[in-house]
Design a protein around this ligand. Structure first.
Ligand SMILES: [Zn+2]
Ligand SMILES: [Zn+2]
Ligand SMILES: [Zn+2]
Length: 157
């Protein structure tokens, strides 16, 4: 068989195997200059599908194929280094997919650690109202909201 045709054919087969979501995530990885590997794709997919922040333990549980903790850890560091994943310290280290997400903050359950994105931001307020005396400009901020998730609120009620 003509080798060029064989490659073309293999490409078609690959496309059949992957969902539209996996292909778009693969494109996102590729755009950073990193190679698309199954474990990178799996980790990113787990984070995107979770729609919330995940601990490394939760990621390991969601990513099948028996990747060990150190492989997942290295994969996360790679994805963080190219900006596809964000790492947040909130008592424990949590990871979040950073694809197509604008700047945002989190609400955190103080009982179980469940987190959710919130779209309230301090930049909605006038920074003039901060009342600083020795600052000429404010360039960034950190903002977290604490409370009880619905599940924990029922347990503690
Ligand atoms: Zn909770
Ligand atoms: Zn978030
Ligand atoms: Zn903000």
């Amino acid at each position: 068989m003509n080798p060029a045709y064989a490659n073309q054919h293999k490409g078609d087969k690959l496309l059949e195997r992957f969902s539209a979501e996996e292909i778009s995530l693969g494109v996102a990885i590729n755009a950073t200059g990193k190679r698309v590997t199954p474990v990178r794709l799996d980790v990113l997919k787990a984070l995107v599908q979770a729609k919330r922040l995940l601990s490394i333990k939760e990621i390991v549980e969601k990513v099948a194929d028996g990747h060990d903790l150190s492989t997942i850890y290295r994969t996360l560091e790679t994805l963080i280094s190219v900006g596809l994943v964000t790492k947040t310290e909130m008592g424990k280290t949590l990871y979040e997919a950073n694809i197509g997400k604008p700047h945002h903050h989190h609400a955190i359950c103080t009982s179980c650690g469940y987190t959710e994105d919130v779209d309230v931001c301090i930049s909605n307020l006038s920074l003039k109202n901060l009342g600083t005396r020795r600052f000429s400009a404010i360039n960034g901020h950190n903002l977290e909201f604490f409370g009880l998730c619905k599940k924990c609120a029922i347990i503690t009620a």
